[in-house]
Design a protein around this ligand. Structure first.
Ligand SMILES: Cc1cc2nc3c(=O)[nH]c(=O)nc-3n(C[C@H](O)[C@H](O)[C@H](O)COP(=O)(O)OP(=O)(O)OC[C@H]3O[C@@H](n4cnc5c(N)ncnc54)[C@H](O)[C@@H]3O)c2cc1C
Length: 390
């Protein structure tokens, strides 16, 4: 930005989106301060698929090699019928991603991705991340935006980015509260050490099973030493919000008791300390992301159901483009306007596509499973946040 900014940009939320935005802004010479409510930086124990569209940003920002080293090879994925395990669809050859899209497809442990981002951001600036700062509210005028935190600290900045996830307090403060509706589906997630995984699953490690009202995906992490497992099923009601409510193997098995035997064996092998559930909630896309000196990013702007596996990828794309928008602009208004114009239709569109995909999976019947579309068949990988016009 040719116009000098008066102090670091404030980023609320040190998740995947906030940290990617921090790294991208730093890359383009914009100082940042990330405020995270947690007392320690950590991520939940779960896998995350980072597809070439987002991986190209992580490569550009310099953390691709460390992620590749931690992840190992990505196997080819198969979509299978939950009735009898037959193949409904197969994913592309994993070796085709680099030649076709210029980046890889990686299944990562969330903690590895989070740690790589944190290390890179703090290497650029050891004071970039402030923990134990829970954002409460903000005030803004023509000169600055002031964030107030529940520890009574305040921070005045020229700009503020709301990257505080699906239940965003920044979004509530700036755009008013937005009710989340329960989708009628519950999700269960687990990590299983490879020594406990049935041989039939090891031989077919990356599969999505679709059946009546349910779907289940598993894929290996960290050089095939751990199997990540995510199941979605209908459940009539749900109260709590949050990704870490303990669940039991019995409960998981009860929901998937007619799935093929290797899948049931895999569920039975889950260590219960590593099994969690949450109710899937949906919010409407934000029609406008920016107000004055504040803009939104990641789940805070476009929280999405997990049916396309693109929530983190969209947050990474947002973060990458935000840095580029600052670099290309004369002033803050231009930067936010370029950012929102480049990102809103893409991210909100993927949010709506993920919602639709959920109805396809769960619309499957006993007589005919419906795999619907995937991020591949929707063509989502051909977007490159490093080079898209902004
Ligand atoms: C089990 C699971 C599997 C998933 N799998 C995939 C996948 O395979 N691929 C994919 O692309 N996406 C996946 N997603 C979606 C993806 O995880 C999210 O879209 C992504 O984490 C969004 O990143 P974010 O940074 O916007 O928000 P978050 O990850 O929610 O981070 C928000 C951060 O803000 C902090 N915060 C919240 N409120 C405040 C406050 N008031 N003050 C300060 N800090 C605050 C939080 O502590 C958190 O650190 C999955 C989600 C789940 C739950």
């Amino acid at each position: 930005m040719t116009h000098h900014l008066d102090g670091p940009v404030a980023i609320i939320g040190g998740g995947i989106g906030g940290l990617t935005a921090a790294l991208s802004l730093q890359h383009f010479g914009v100082p940042v301060r990330v405020f995270e409510q947690a007392r320690a930086l950590r991520e939940i124990g779960a896998g995350v698929t980072i597809t070439p569209n987002a991986m190209s940003a992580l490569d550009f920002l310099g953390i691709g090699p460390v992620l590749a080293e931690q992840a190992g090879e990505t196997p080819r994925y198969f979509v299978r019928s939950a009735d009898d395990g037959r193949e409904l669809e197969r994913g592309p050859d994993p070796d085709s991603f680099m030649p076709e899209f210029g980046a890889s497809y990686r299944n990562l442990h969330r903690a590895d991705l989070h740690a790589a981002l944190t290390d890179a951001v703090t290497k650029n600036d050891p004071d970039a991340i402030a923990l134990d700062h829970r954002f409460d509210y903000l005030e803004q005028d023509g000169d600055q935006v002031v964030a107030h935190f529940s520890n009574r600290a305040t921070f005045a900045a020229p700009a503020l980015i709301g990257a505080d996830g699906g239940a965003s307090a920044v979004r509530n403060a700036v755009f008013g509260g937005q009710d989340a509706s329960y989708t009628g589906h519950v999700a269960l997630r687990a990590l299983v050490p490879i020594t406990r995984v049935p041989p039939a699953i090891i031989a077919d490690p990356y599969a999505l099973y679709v059946g009546a009202g349910r779907s289940l995906i598993h894929y290996p992490l960290r050089h095939q030493t751990t199997m990540n497992l995510l199941g979605n099923a209908q459940a009539s009601q749900w109260q709590a919000e949050g990704w870490s409510i303990p669940a039991t193997v019995r409960e998981f098995l009860g929901l998937f008791d007619d799935f093929p035997e290797p899948v049931r064996e895999l569920i039975a092998a889950i260590p219960e300390t590593d099994l969690f559930k949450w109710g899937l909630r949906d919010r409407e896309p934000l029609p406008v992301w920016t107000r004055g000196r504040v803009t939104m990013l990641g789940d805070a702007a476009h929280p999405m159901t997990p049916y396309l596996g693109q929530g983190a990828c969209m947050a990474i794309e947002d973060g990458m483009v935000l840095g580029r928008a600052f670099a290309a602009s004369q002033d803050l208004a231009e930067a936010f306007s370029r950012y929102e114009a480049a990102r809103r239709d893409r991210a909100n569109g993927v949010q709506l596509a993920a919602r639709f995909q959920g109805t396809q999976h769960h619309g499957s019947t006993a007589s005919g499973p419906n795999s619907g579309k995937t991020a591949v068949t929707l063509g989502l990988f051909s977007y490159n946040p490093v080079s898209e016009p902004i």
